[in-house]
Design a protein around this ligand. Structure first.
Ligand SMILES: [Zn+2]
Ligand SMILES: [Zn+2]
Length: 249
């Protein structure tokens, strides 16, 4: 199964990185709708589903690109799964007439409660809670032959990992700053590289892809190297546009 990282950055876009959007092209599903969402035109004509972790602007700003995506072949409406409070924020704040007066066509679907599996375009998905200001959802995503855990945004939690976060073929995890600035990362509700190494080890992930680096970080590979120093599995720092194979095909 191939993933494509449409956006890998945290907080706001830079010349190198758009904000979070991870695609499962075979299923026409994206996780989060940051500014990297515009790259979904590459999925080609057809419907699309987005699943959102939370309503911070860097994870929803791409929804304002939908009119252009619909012009490029994505079929309206976008099917959008999110917590009911996140849906309310998008409808009433992001698409407030004073902010964005032409709301695009979206079919809203409220996420089921924590721990209740649901199916989207052939994928089995379960959400679990993350530690982040205002709350955020992590997602276990599987097609029955492979699995991944998407954890963005979050401080790294190692004391009691949600079971759905463990044992995945791929852990995609917030990695905002180096370990030496752990306190700053935590203050903003994010993880340091040292934290990610600990959590990836505790989660027994086969591989970890680090995402959502601070826009101030120019060299994400240095963050990956720091994670790799404390985690025995594979560590990747995907760049925008990078494909990634999980589960052997
Ligand atoms: Zn974020
Ligand atoms: Zn956030």
């Amino acid at each position: 199964m191939q993933l494509t990282f449409f956006g890998t950055g945290g907080s706001y876009p830079t010349a190198e990185r758009q904000t979070m959007c991870v695609a499962l092209p075979a299923h026409r599903v994206v996780l989060d709708a940051g500014t990297g969402l515009y790259r979904a035109a590459a999925l080609g004509p057809g419907p699309m589903t987005a699943i959102l972790s939370h309503s911070h602007l860097d994870h929803i700003a791409g929804l304002t690109q939908l009119h252009d995506l619909f012009e490029q072949g994505i079929e309206p409406p976008l099917e959008l799964w999110a917590d009911s409070a996140v849906i309310e924020t998008i409808r009433e704040r992001l698409f407030h007439p004073a902010v964005f007066p032409c709301p695009p066509a979206i079919s809203y679907r409220a996420l089921p409660p924590i721990g209740t599996p649901f199916s989207v375009r052939g994928l089995k998905i379960v959400r679990f809670p993350l530690d982040h200001p205002g709350g955020a959802s992590g997602f276990r995503v599987s097609d029955g032959t492979w699995s991944m855990a998407y954890c963005c945004d979050t401080t790294a939690i190692t004391a009691e990992l949600p079971p759905d976060m463990t044992g995945a073929d791929l852990l995609i995890h917030d990695c905002y700053l180096p370990g030496e600035t752990r306190d700053e990362a935590r203050r903003h509700g994010h993880s340091s590289a040292a934290d990610v190494a600990a959590v990836a080890s505790a989660a027994k992930a086969a591989a970890v892809a680090i995402v959502h680096a601070s826009p101030r970080i120019a060299d994400v590979q240095a963050l990956a190297d720091e994670v790799a120093a404390g985690f025995s599995g594979n560590v990747f720092a995907p760049q925008d546009g990078d494909p990634f194979e999980i589960g052997g095909g």
